[in-house]
Ligand binder design. Structure first.
Ligand code: SF4
Length: 98
């Protein structure tokens, strides 16, 4: 009988690989003095924790670990607070299944 091994989400995400398109992030945050509530929410809802506060309380992104789930695009993609596009071909997340 095979034992069922439960994995944490973080362990599963660790299996993914990323091809970073250096200098060409596929998501950017529009410069702002104070973050809107939607921008603040991105620091909580992004499953890869790509959004962080900087030391001035503004929301920034490091898109290198982005899963391309589109959650932030739904929340802020039409408000002008972020720009979002898929990475160029050959770049971005490489999911490992199984
Ligand atoms: S697409 Fe998903 S994983 Fe990527 S930055 Fe947005 S919320 Fe995070």
């Amino acid at each position: 009988m095979r034992a069922i091994v439960k994995q944490r989400v973080e362990d599963k995400l660790y299996q993914n690989r990323y091809m970073v398109d250096h200098g060409r992030p596929h998501i950017t945050v529009t410069p702002h003095l104070f973050p809107s509530r939607n921008l603040v929410a991105l620091t909580q809802v992004c499953p890869a924790k790509c959004y962080q506060f900087n030391d001035r309380g503004q929301v920034t992104i490091t898109s290198d670990g982005c899963l391309e789930c589109g959650t932030c695009r739904v929340l802020c993609g039409t408000t002008g607070e972020i720009t979002w596009k898929y990475p160029r071909g050959g770049f971005g997340v490489l999911f490992k299944f199984g």
